[in-house]
Design a protein around this ligand. Structure first.
Ligand code: MN
Length: 197
């Protein structure tokens, strides 16, 4: 079973995350941030990774700590659920359209955490959510999942669409990259014999 649960508690947030990489995309998300819940819900749906995310954070300050810490916990959960990564497809990429927006997302489940993030948001906020936190979330996720992740919005006008295309793109590349490659089941897809640096 490729599942993991991460519990993380600091003075700023208390978070519990469970993932099942071989799920059907069932989500149970409650972070207290409406737009962020929307993004995580579609991350689960389009990755087909079952996700439970419960977060109680210091939202009276702003949404930064909660957004970042959910990224940390989800990244750790995905990494733990992947285990030794035997048989995974490892690489995936997609161009993800959302109406007038087009975002390219490419992943290597490499064990070498790297984020390249090139998306500009016309507006500072989507609802109550600061658009600068999209990058913060992707960075926290990539660093803790141990993945190389390139996200670039090639063009787009609507900030909601831009954010959504980033999360949906990640969902689809995760779905493909964590999938077991039947031709290589049991093998770790690296000439080094291991992934992780
Ligand atoms: Mn939407």
């Amino acid at each position: 079973m490729r599942t993991a649960t991460i519990k993380r508690k600091t003075k700023e947030t208390a978070i519990e995350v469970t993932v099942d990489l071989d799920g059907t995309g069932v989500s149970n998300i409650a972070t207290g941030i409406g737009f962020f819940d929307h993004m995580l819900d579609l991350l689960a749906r389009h990755s087909r990774i079952d996700m439970t995310v419960k977060a109680v954070g210091d939202l009276h300050i702003d949404y930064h700590h909660t957004t970042e810490d959910v990224g940390i916990a989800l990244g750790q959960a995905v990494k733990q659920a992947l285990g030794n990564m035997a048989g995974i497809t490892r690489y995936a990429g997609i161009h993800l359209p959302m109406d007038e927006t087009l975002t390219r997302v490419v992943i290597d489940i490499s064990g070498r955490p790297t984020l390249v993030f090139k998306a500009e948001f016309p507006r500072d906020k989507i609802g109550e959510f600061d658009t600068e936190l999209v990058r913060e979330w992707f960075n926290a996720f990539a660093m803790n999942a141990g993945v190389t992740l390139h996200v670039e919005t090639l063009y787009g006008e609507n900030s909601h669409h831009i954010a959504e295309s980033c999360f949906k793109g990640l969902a689809r590349v995760l779905r493909a990259a964590v999938a077991i490659d039947p031709a290589a089941a049991g093998e770790v897809p690296s000439t080094k014999g291991q992934l992780g640096g």
